[in-house]
Design a protein around this ligand. Structure first.
Ligand SMILES: Cc1cc2nc3c(=O)[nH]c(=O)nc-3n(C[C@H](O)[C@H](O)[C@H](O)COP(=O)(O)OP(=O)(O)OC[C@H]3O[C@@H](n4cnc5c(N)ncnc54)[C@H](O)[C@@H]3O)c2cc1C
Length: 196
């Protein structure tokens, strides 16, 4: 398995249950993928993740961390192993390609979450506007409330048309954090946000 995120770890877990030997190669210093560096700790405590990973290792799966697999190494692996599973994820944010993205007050969601997990406190004050309505947006909004002690975050985008994640929305809502689902007008600098 290349990558020790949920995909690589799940593949290793199920293959080991079928009796196959599995080696997992992970570029980062610790396994877990987004669960390790992206999802805020209040939602997934490190102990819980490490416990699950130990269960996988207890089945005989070997996880090598700090081992990024290069294209050349992949070619060699194809010869050395009976099968290769690539579970490298997509750990990069996407640019919206709008003016203002490079302002110092604007952060990309995954970078923001990663820095929080690394112990950095992003310099943000007051009300935050979060563009997007998926997993990253909701976690950024909630993390802002928790760590920056914000009283209100605005989320622009698709929360209402994303019923799969209603449970997650409600879970955060129950915590009484003050989110507002909003309409946002672009470009970013100097424009006002209208709450719905
Ligand atoms: C903020 C956020 C919140 C989320 N919340 C939820 C949720 O509540 N519920 C839910 O079901 N899903 C959630 N998701 C989605 C979920 O995290 C992803 O679907 C899942 O992490 C994808 O797993 P993956 O293994 O494919 O990729 P990743 O988790 O990205 O793992 C890929 C791994 O591969 C490693 N890797 C990459 N390249 C190499 C290489 N060349 N060599 C070796 N290793 C390499 C990376 O270091 C990483 O550890 C959330 C995602 C985000 C970003």
């Amino acid at each position: 398995m290349i990558g020790a995120g949920p995909a690589g770890l799940s593949a290793a877990w199920f293959l080991s249950m079928l009796g196959y030997a599995c080696h997992v190669f992970e570029a980062s210093a610790e396994a877990g993928g987004v669960l390790r560096w992206g999802i805020p700790l209040y939602r997934l405590p490190l102990n819980a993740l490490r416990h699950d990973i130990q269960q996988i290792e207890a089945r005989g799966v070997t996880i090598y961390t700090g081992k990024p697999v290069s294209p050349d190494a992949l070619e060699k692996m194809k010869k050395d192993y009976d099968a290769v599973f690539i579970g490298c994820g997509h750990g990069r944010g996407m640019s919206m390609k709008v003016p203002g993205e490079d302002l110092k007050e604007v952060s990309e969601g995954l970078d923001f979450l990663r820095k929080l997990r690394e112990g950095e406190t992003p310099p943000c004050r007051g009300v935050s506007a979060i563009i997007g309505g998926g997993n990253t947006a909701i976690d950024v909004a909630a993390a802002s409330c928790v760590w920056a002690e914000k009283r209100c975050c605005s989320i622009g985008g698709a929360v209402r048309i994303c019923p799969l994640w209603n449970w997650k929305w409600k879970w955060h809502w129950k915590k009484a954090w003050n989110f507002r689902n909003s309409l946002l007008r672009l470009p970013l600098p100097g424009k006002r946000i209208r709450s719905s």
